[in-house]
Each structure stands twice: as C-alpha cells, then as structure tokens.
Ligand binder design. Structure first.
Ligand SMILES: *Cc1c(COP(=O)(O)O)cnc(C)c1O
Length: 243
C-alpha cells in the first residue's frame, strides 16, 4: 500500500473497479455482447491477504494466483476474514505435476493446463479425493517460445484423451497475448475463440469459457469473446494508468 493508507487504498480499489467494469461494458457493447458474460478475476499474486480483503470489500469476488505456494498462503490467510468465506480462487499460473495436490480441491478453476500429463495428474489426484476439477487448456496461440501451453495442433491432438479423464472437466481455453502489441493480442484472442469453436464442434462439448485479457489488453479480449479477464496491475496498483 502507498502513503495514502488503508482508507485511501480502499477508495482507489473501489473507484478503479468501477472504471474497469465501465471499460468491460463499453467493449462488450462494441461487440454486441452482454457484459454479464464477462467475469472479472482480480489477480492477487503481488499483494497480501489484507489487500485481498480490501478488494473483496470493494466488490471483487474472484481472485487468481499463479503459484501453488502463494495460493495456499492466500487461502489460509483468507480464512481469517469471515466475510471472505465465499471468495473464489482460481489457479492461473504454470503448474508442475508434483504440485497438483496443493491446488486440486482448493480452487474453482485451473486455467493453466498445459499438457496431457498435467491433466492426468490433476485427474488422478481428484479421483483420489473425490473431486472433479474444472480446467481450461492453455494454448500458446502466438507460438512465442517464452510462452507455455499447448500448440493449437497439440490441443487438437490431446483433447479427446483429456475429455476422457474421469476427474477433469474441460470448460474451455486460456491464452496469454504478446505484450505491447495490440494487433498481435487481437489475433491471439480471435485465434483462441476460433480454436474453441473448432474443438467444440468436433467434440460436441460446449467449452464456453475463454480466459484471456490482462491489464494492458482486456478491452480487446472482451471484443473478441473473452469470458474471464485476468487483471492484476490495473486492479491493485495505484500507479498503473488504465488506458
Ligand atoms: C500476472 C498475471 C495476470 C495479470 O497480469 P496484469 O498485466 O498485471 O493484469 C494474468 N494472467 C496471468 C497468468 C498472470 O500470471
């Protein structure tokens, strides 16, 4: 938190949330979509539990973490705030197969299933605990070397086997766009939607969820069909300028 103290930070969170929802509504209107189709996930990886609680009080209901250990810390910390009992936490980051036990059963949605092996590990753990995990397949649409995820062809090839797993439910796809290039970002988001349409038609599964759009590019993602935007800096950082 900055020098304005807790009250100032709470006011910032609430005001910024209103601006974000306005941007989502405008982007949805441009695309002829209902803004209610777009969920706002506050990515809390850079802040502490006290800030998450302030965000809860500002109206956020769903939070995203990208590391199993930090997720566990947040879940434990949130338990000290009774009003947050209904808070939703999602896993959005790279997940190693040996860390699935910290995640399965503790999150509403795993956005970042990047291999068939990881899906199998999640299913095995879930079957042992009697929980089915809702997951998204992360797809590296842009083909950047630095990004994890299935290639589009890899996702096509792996889908049937993953759909057959007993304790995993594939809800849709997730992608990250290249930074600082809005045309490339739009191509990633539209490419993700087209791949979803193709996989849905082929498999007969609806795959309704498209997780895409971050602080710098979420209005474009909403225009291209995103149903979950994952926002970190623009939610929590007062120095971030919302474009
Ligand atoms: C950090 C992170 C985000 C949020 O990024 P911002 O640019 O801060 O909005 C979204 N998705 C994933 C997977 C992340 O790790």
């Amino acid at each position: 938190m900055d020098g304005t103290g807790e009250e100032g930070y709470a006011a910032f969170l609430a005001e910024r949330r209103g601006e974000i929802l306005q941007r989502i509504a405008e982007a949805a209107a441009r695309a002829g979509r209902d803004p209610a189709e777009v969920a706002l996930l506050a990515v809390s990886k850079t802040v502490g539990v006290a800030e998450v609680d302030l965000a809860w009080r500002a109206g956020y209901r769903a939070f995203g973490e990208n590391r199993p250990q930090e997720l566990a810390r947040k879940l434990k910390g949130a338990a000290a705030y009774p009003e947050m009992a209904g808070a939703r936490f999602d896993m959005i980051g790279n997940l190693q197969t040996n860390k699935v036990r910290e995640v399965v059963g503790n999150v509403a949605l795993i956005h970042s299933v990047s291999s068939a092996r990881l899906a199998e590990a999640i299913s095995r753990r879930g079957a042992a605990r009697g929980v089915t995990s809702d997951v998204l397949l992360e797809v590296n649409v842009s083909g950047e070397q630095s990004k994890s995820g299935f290639s589009p062809d890899g996702a096509r090839a792996a889908l049937d086997a993953i759909l057959a797993l007993p304790a995993v439910s594939v809800r849709g796809l997730m992608a990250m766009a290249p930074a600082h290039d809005m045309d490339a970002a739009r191509r990633v988001f539209s490419g993700l939607r087209e791949l979803r349409d193709e996989l849905a038609a082929r498999s007969g599964m609806a795959l309704p969820v498209l997780s895409c759009g971050m602080s710098d590019d979420f209005p474009i993602a909403v225009e291209e069909g995103s149903t979950i935007v994952r926002l970190g800096r623009t939610v929590f950082d007062p120095s971030y300028v919302l474009g």
